[in-house]
Design a protein around this ligand. Structure first.
Ligand code: IVH
Length: 658
C-alpha cells in the first residue's frame, strides 16, 4: 500500500518536473507540487528501505561524499578546435569539403558551462562525470541528481550515454551573488566558474541550492541506436526526456551558417544564459566518421568564438614579474574591471618595446582585452583622456628580486642569476605543473612557502619531502590526509613517461610538444644526453636553437648532478608509449579478414587490443570496423551489406599511429 503510494508520488512528481523544467509547460501548481513532495519525504523518512534511486527527493540534495572518485570515459570526451573569424570558418569548411564534398552542418549555441557525461542503465541515471582530461573525469552523480532538468529516469528502459553542458543561468548567478554580497562574501566571478564550483562540492545540498541547469548536445555512440545524423540524435535525445536546445539549426550552406552566427552575435544578450560562441558540426554521421579525429578534437566540428570584448580602465602602476627563464615582464596594475564575466586587476604589457610603441603611461586610461582563457592584455591607450599627470614608462635595470643587472636579448630583459629565488620558485612551480610532472596538490603559494621554509630548494627535494612530514603536519591548512595525498602524488610522478620529466626540467625552448618529440625519438634520457648537435638537428621540428639549448643543458655540471640524483631516486627516465591508448580504437569492435602484408593475424589483434579495441571473429551488426587485407573472404561482402566501415591496411596503420 505504502509502496504503491510512494511509486505513485514519484511518478506524479517526476512528470511535473519534466513538464516544468524540460517542456516549460507545467500542468500542476507549485503548491500541489510541494504538497506531493512533502508527502513523499515523510513516507521515505518513515520507510527508508522504500527510498528509490529515481525519487525526486534526491533533487533537494543531502548525499555527501568523502572524495571524488575517478571515472574513465570509455569513449574519450573530446574538446573542440576554435575558429575566430569568417576566414577561419571558410577554411574549416574547405577542409571538410576535401573529405565530404557537400557537407550539411548543424549550428548550436556554445553554452558557457562545463561538460558532463550522463550514463543511464536500463533507463535510470547511474553516473554523471566531469570531462577531466578527456579520458579520466570525476564522478559527480550526487550533485547532478539535484539538477532538475537532468532526468533521473528516461522514457525508454535502455542503456545510453549522453553528453551536454551544465550551466548556471544569468538569473541564478545574479541572485547568488546578491546573496553573497549581502553576507559580506566575495562574489563568484562568472556563471561558468559558479557552475563548476557547484558540481565540485562534496555535499550535494550546496549544489541543490545553486539552481544549475543542463543542455544535452551529444550522443557519443549514436549509430548503436540506428541514428544517421546529428540532428536525428538531438531529436532522439529530446524524445527521451532530455533538454535539447531549441536554437539548434541545420544549415544548407556556409552563407546560412554565417547568418546564424551574425544573428547570435547580435542577440546573445537576450538569452537567459551565457554563450561564448557557436558550435558547428557536420550533420551526417557517416561524413563525421570519414572526417575522423585529431588527438584532441573531432575534425567534423569546430567552435566559432565570439570576439573578446574591450573594456576601459585606469592603469594604476606597472610592476615587474620574473619568470622561470629569468625573463622580466612588465605588468599593468589596474582598477579592477569585469571583462567577459571575470574580474581583471592585472594585465600583461609583454615587454618594453610594446609599451613604448603604444606609448602606455602610468595613470593612463587603457583598454583591456581578454579572449577565452588567455592572460588579459592591455591593447591601447585612450590619449584623449590624459591629464598631463601620467608618468612615462622606464624599464628597470636590475632584477626586482635579486637585484642582478638585467641582460637584454631580443625584445626581452633577463635576470641571468641562476640563484635568483624567484626563478627557482617559478622553476619548481613549472616542474609540478599539469603538463610537466603533474604532481597534484601543490598550489603556487605552497611551493613558495616550502621554498622559503627551506623544505624544497630544487626539484630533487620534492622526492625527500617525506622527511618533513612532522613539520608539515603543524602547518596551518595541512591535515594528515592532504599531506599523504601530496606524498602519494609525488611518489606516483616517479612513473611518468620521459617527456614529462624533460618538459619539467625547463630546458629553454623545449615545450611540452618538443619534449614529446625528443622522448619518442631517443626513448630514454641517456640516449638523449649522448646526442650530438648534428644528430639533434636532423630531427623534424628541431632547429639550431633547440639543438644548441639541449646540448648546453646536458653539458652543465649542475644539471648532470641533479639528473644523477633523480636517477638514484628511481625516477623513470624512459619513454612510455601511451599512444597505445589510441582514442580512435578504444571501445570499437574489429574483425580482420584477408592476408595483411607485414603482420600476422595475432600481431594485428595485439596491436588493436593494446589500444583498447576489441577483436572478434565474425561480422555482425555490432562490428564497427572490418580490416581488409588481400583476398578477403565472405566477411567482406557481409560487412558491405551491413554498411560497416571498412579499413585497408594503410588506414589501420595510420590509426595505430605507426
Ligand atoms: S560538442 C565531440 N556542443 O565547449 C563533441 N560542445 O570548447 C564535443 N560546449 O568541451 C562537444 N556548448 O564543454 C559541443 N553545443 C555544444 C556545446 C559544447 C558548449 C562546450 C563543451 C566542450 C567545449 C569545447
Amino acid at each position: 500500500m505504502i509502496e504503491k503510494r510512494i511509486d505513485e508520488l514519484i511518478e506524479i512528481l517526476n512528470k511535473a518536473n519534466y513538464e516544468y523544467h524540460v517542456l516549460d509547460s507545467p500542468t500542476i501548481t507549485d503548491q500541489e507540487y510541494d504538497s506531493y513532495l512533502r508527502e513523499l519525504i515523510t513516507l521515505e523518512e518513515e520507510h527508508p528501505d522504500l527510498k528509490r534511486p529515481n525519487s525526486p527527493t534526491v533533487r533537494v540534495g543531502g548525499e555527501v561524499i568523502k572524495e571524488f572518485n575517478k571515472v574513465t570515459h570509455e569513449i574519450p570526451m573530446l574538446s573542440l578546435s576554435n575558429v575566430f573569424n569568417e576566414d577561419e570558418i571558410r577554411l574549416f569548411d574547405e577542409r571538410v569539403k576535401k573529405e565530404v564534398p557537400h557537407p550539411k552542418y548543424v549550428c548550436e549555441l556554445k553554452i558557457d558551462g562545463l561538460s558532463v557525461s550522463l550514463i543511464y542503465e536500463n533507463g535510470k541515471l547511474v553516473r554523471a562525470a566531469t570531462r577531466g582530461d578527456g579520458v579520466t573525469g570525476e564522478d559527480i552523480t550526487h550533485n547532478v541528481k539535484t539538477i532538475k532538468s537532468v532526468p533521473l529516469k528516461i522514457k525508454e528502459d535502455i542503456d545510453i550515454e549522453v553528453r551536454g553542458e551544465i550551466y548556471m543561468s544569468k538569473y541564478s548567478f545574479n541572485k547568488i551573488n546578491e546573496e553573497r554580497l549581502s553576507k559580506g562574501q566575495e562574489p563568484l566571478a562568472n556563471p561558468r566558474n559558479a557552475a563548476a564550483g557547484s558540481v565540485r562540492q562534496l555535499d550535494s545540498k550546496i549544489a541543490a541550492k545553486r539552481n544549475l541547469d543542463c543542455f544535452i548536445y551529444h550522443l557519443p555512440d549514436a549509430s548503436r541506436y540506428g541514428i544517421k545524423t546529428h540532428m536525428e540524435a538531438l531529436n532522439y535525445m529530446k524524445s527521451l526526456g532530455f533538454v535539447v536546445s531549441d536554437n539548434n539549426r541545420r544549415v544548407e550552406n556556409i552563407d546560412e551558417l554565417l547568418e546564424f552566427i551574425d544573428y547570435w552575435t547580435t542577440n546573445r544578450d537576450s538569452l537567459p544564459y551565457e554563450i561564448d560562441g557557436i558550435v558547428i558540426k557536420v550533420d551526417d554521421l557517416a561524413d563525421q566518421r570519414k572526417l575522423g579525429y585529431t588527438v584532441r578534437t573531432p575534425r567534423w566540428a569546430t567552435a566559432y568564438k565570439f570576439p573578446a570584448s574591450l573594456v576601459f580602465t585606469h592603469l594604476k602602476d606597472i610592476i615587474f614579474t620574473v619568470g622561470r627563464t629569468g625573463q622580466v615582464t612588465p605588468n599593468a596594475l589596474l582598477d579592477p574591471v569585469i571583462v567577459m564575466g571575470s574580474k581583471v586587476s592585472r594585465a600583461t604589457l609583454h615587454n618594453e618595446e610594446n609599451i613604448l610603441k603604444k606609448d602606455i603611461r602610468i595613470g593612463d586610461v587603457v583598454s583591456i582585452i581578454k579572449a577565452g582563457d588567455v592572460i588579459p592584455e592591455v591593447t591601447s591607450v585612450n590619449k584623449e583622456r590624459r591629464t598631463g599627470k601620467e608618468v612615462v614608462f622606464k624599464m628597470i635595470e636590475n632584477c626586482p628580486i635579486c637585484h642582478t643587472k638585467l641582460v637584454k636579448d631580443d625584445a626581452s630583459y633577463y635576470c641571468v642569476n641562476p640563484l635568483c629565488d624567484r626563478k627557482k620558485i617559478e622553476g619548481l612551480i613549472h616542474f609540478v605543473s599539469r603538463h610537466a610532472m603533474n604532481i597534484e596538490g601543490f598550489g603556487q603559494r605552497i611551493i613558495e612557502d616550502f621554498y622559503n621554509m627551506g623544505y624544497i630548494k630544487d626539484v630533487v627535494d620534492f622526492y625527500h619531502l617525506d622527511k618533513y612530514k612532522k613539520e608539515l603536519m603543524e602547518l596551518e591548512g595541512f591535515g594528515s590526509k592532504s599531506i599523504n595525498n601530496l606524498l602519494t602524488s609525488i611518489e606516483n610522478s616517479k612513473n611518468n613517461s620521459l617527456e614529462r620529466l624533460l618538459f619539467g626540467l625547463g630546458i629553454r625552448h623545449v615545450g611540452s610538444k618538443m619534449a614529446k618529440t625528443l622522448a619518442k625519438t631517443y626513448k630514454n634520457l641517456d640516449n638523449l644526453m649522448n646526442a650530438s648537435f648534428d644528430e639533434l638537428v636532423k630531427i623534424n621540428d628541431v632547429g639550431d636553437v633547440i639543438a644548441r639549448s639541449v646540448v648546453d643543458y646536458f653539458s652543465d655540471q649542475d644539471n648532470l648532478e641533479m639528473i644523477d640524483k633523480l636517477k638514484s631516486l628511481n625516477i623513470n627516465m624512459s619513454y612510455l608509449d601511451n599512444s597505445k591508448n589510441s582514442e580512435i580504437l578504444r571501445g570499437k569492435t574489429f574483425v580482420v579478414t584477408g592476408t595483411l602484408n607485414g603482420y600476422t593475424r595475432d600481431e594485428i589483434k595485439e596491436e588493436i587490443e593494446s589500444r583498447g579495441g576489441i577483436v572478434t571473429n565474425s561480422v555482425s551488426s555490432k562490428t564497427d570496423v572490418l580490416v581488409v587485407g588481400e583476398n578477403p573472404g565472405s566477411k567482406y561482402d557481409k560487412a558491405k551489406a551491413l554498411n560497416i566501415t571498412i579499413w585497408d591496411i594503410d588506414k589501420l596503420k595510420e590509426s595505430l599511429g605507426d
